[in-house]
Design a binder for this molecule. Structure first.
Ligand code: ATP
Ligand code: MG
Length: 364
């Protein structure tokens, strides 16, 4: 098991003045799976490609298992990469595609056979070993691409959106497959995805990037339950978290957040009290599943009108126009609320995330 360490990594592409990655420090502990997420163009693939040696950092060092690999060509880094476009060799059979990396390393034939057969068995590819890629489905091809990486038994796996060409069912199957391989091999991995379910279920560690800067690094539960700033809070979760502008108010011992059409008591948040100012700008965050159309035992509610109703099956998503802005409510499909209804949206003060209205950083 090998730790992957990026230190002071900067990447400026030729002919582009702004760095894609200004200054990145990231350690993926040995044996862990780090999942990189962030908006398109934030530098996820660039980061992976630098670890792979396909792209040279402008500054900084990359080490794998304590060895500085910054100047080493890809072949000497002992990594295996799986891309979205799996690029199998069309003229080779499945067996030869998987064996290729080992043949380059001049491994003995018996060992190649053993390793390819083991990977084929684990990925359910035994029946296809003599076929060529064009006679396989997309899902089977992606299995071969993963198998080709697995047989090499590298120090590090790098996955760049490996499942995004597959349909929903296959994605789920392959995701569980990758999770199983990771549990068994405990190979240090970096995995890029736009799929939140993949990120939440595969990651030991999620790295949220924006403009090449880490916004938060933490376990999936950390990221979801204690987002470090408004960006992370809005990025994770479907539909996205609601944000309401509010002022921090003090009246005697009572602290509350007051916005347009609502006031939320902040009983457990005494530490928020700013040293001097009587009020401060807040941004309240609350997830759609924590809003309800039936009272929650607290008297905090916002009134509004149902402007959109999306049926998702077991659940519905309501968009409610309120004085505080548009509120997204995820609730049971049995809810009687209809388009145009005036409703009260109840919110649980304990489910509220508080962000500084100016810096957008998490408070408390
Ligand atoms: N060879 C290149 N030359 C110049 N700019 C590049 C090059 N490769 C990537 N970029 C730019 O660097 C930025 C980061 O690209 P990168 O591919 O790392 O993004 P990403 O996070 O993987 O995005 P996506 O989610 O769309 O795959 C983008 O703005 C991209 O246009
Ligand atoms: Mg990319």
């Amino acid at each position: 098991m090998s730790e992957v360490q990026l230190t002071g990594i900067r990447k400026v592409y030729d002919g582009v003045s702004r760095p894609v990655i200004p200054d990145l420090d990231l350690t993926v502990p040995a044996g862990q799976m780090a999942v990189l997420v962030g908006p398109s163009g934030c530098g996820k693939s660039t980061t992976l490609r630098m670890v792979a040696g396909l792209e040279e950092p402008t500054a900084g060092t990359i080490s794998i298992g304590g060895r500085d690999v910054t100047q080493l060509p890809p072949a000497e880094r002992d990594i295996a990469m799986v891309f979205q476009s799996y690029a199998l060799y069309p003229h080779m059979t499945v067996f030869e595609n998987m064996a290729f990396g080992l043949r380059i390393q001049h491994r003995p034939e018996a060992e190649i056979r053993r390793r390819v057969m083991a990977a084929a068995e684990s990925l359910g590819l035994e029946a296809y070993l003599e076929r060529r890629p064009k006679a396989l489905s997309g899902g089977q091809r992606q299995r071969v691409a993963i198998g080709r990486a697995v047989v090499r038994e590298p120090k590090v796996f790098l996955f760049d959106e490996p499942l995004s060409n597959l349909d929903a069912k296959l994605r789920g199957d392959m995701r569980r497959e990758i999770a199983r391989i990771h549990r068994q091999s405990k190979t240090t991995s970096m995995y890029v995805t736009h799929d939140q379910i993949e990120a939440m279920t595969l990651a030991d560690l999620i790295v949220v990037l924006k403009d090449g800067v880490i916004q938060q690094l933490g376990t999936p539960v950390d990221i979801y339950e204690r987002p470090a700033n408004r960006f992370v809070a809005g990025f994770f979760g479907t539909p996205s978290m609601n944000f309401l502008a509010a002022d921090l108010m003090h009246a005697g011992e009572r602290t509350s957040a007051r916005g347009k059409g609502f006031e939320i008591p902040l009983v457990t948040r005494a530490a928020l009290r700013p040293a001097s100012a009587a009020t401060a700008k807040l941004m309240i965050g609350i997830r759609p599943e924590r809003l309800s159309l039936t009272p929650l035992g607290d008297d905090v509610a916002v009134s509004g009108e149902v402007a959109m109703r999306e049926v998702l099956g077991a659940e519905i998503v309501l968009h409610v126009d309120s004085p505080a802005g548009s509120l997204t409510v995820r609730t049971d499909a049995a809810s009687p609320a209809r388009l145009g209804d005036t409703v009260k949206v109840w919110l649980d003060p304990m489910a509220v995330h508080l962000f500084d209205g100016t810096t957008e950083l998490r408070l408390s």
